[in-house]
Ligand binder design. Sequence first.
Ligand code: C2E
Ligand code: CA
Ligand code: CA
Ligand code: CA
Length: 278
Amino acid sequence: AKKAGRDTLQFFDPRMQQVVRERATLEQDLRTGLAQQQFELFFQPQVEGGSIIGAEGLLRWRHPGQGFISPANFIPLAEESGLIVPLGEWVLHTACEQLARWAHDPAMAQMVVAVNVSPRQFYQAQFVDQVLAALALSGAPPSRLKLELTEGLLLTDIDDTIEKMVQLKQHGVGFSLDDFGTGYSSLAYLKRLPLDQLKIDQSFVRDVLTDPNDAAIAKTIVALGTSLGLRVIAEGVETEAQRAFLQEHGCHAWQGYLLSPPVPMAQFEALARKWAAR
Ligand code: C2E
Ligand code: CA
Ligand code: CA
Ligand code: CA
């Protein structure tokens, strides 16, 4: 009886209750936030050959009570609750509307915007139609949109993944494999996927100059990507020495605090115009 009592106490652990309550509140706040347009898409420039070639769109949530909440703190809950579907759709529409505005602007028309796609969002039967609708409604050139997928996607149904990618590629949409090397992707899958780009995860970039293992991994990803005919981009580049090392070893493009953190759209546009005019 004593043991059962203790189990019961454990079950009603007040800390657990608090966690559950906080999650429910956050989930409700996410719904409200979507309805009240508390989300903003920031842009982090991507550089190739000394030019800004585009940006990665990164979600920001201006929570009315708590200020900015990092995506790392709400994307997992959005995934679990399914809210990632409308949230991801909002991101797609926002990115496409931006691309459409830039389409007739000589300084901006070549910019590619990369958008992160969650597994749950991608697995939906209507995913391809949602992307095509966002492109069609906005009038954005499909070839300026790039979708960043993570390796987790490849585990569930590789044939479905390939089919969706092929359909979108036929319209000109590009694909990048995000956080490459941190997940479980097999090389056999990599060969079958119609990718355009591999992205070296920032965990390998951080110590690329001091940790020989990270240097070996970064160089191997560049060699692998290049031999498969893919572009390779590095994320999390913070120093000129990291950038120089990656370039020296054949990495095509980079993004990171060295040039700019993710910034509001107007700030990204100003930076891109300044670079284009150099
Ligand atoms: P990610 O896709 O791997 O994005 C890279 C993260 O590294 C971003 O964090 C970015 O702000 C940060 N970062 C960029 N440059 C540097 C640098 O030089 N040094 C360091 N230390 N960090 C850098 P952020 O914006 O907090 O986003 C975190 C994650 O949230 C993203 O990781 C992505 O997985 C997810 N996420 C963000 N926006 C979206 C979205 O619209 N949809 C989905 N599904 N996920 C998103
Ligand atoms: Ca990403
Ligand atoms: Ca990444
Ligand atoms: Ca990463």
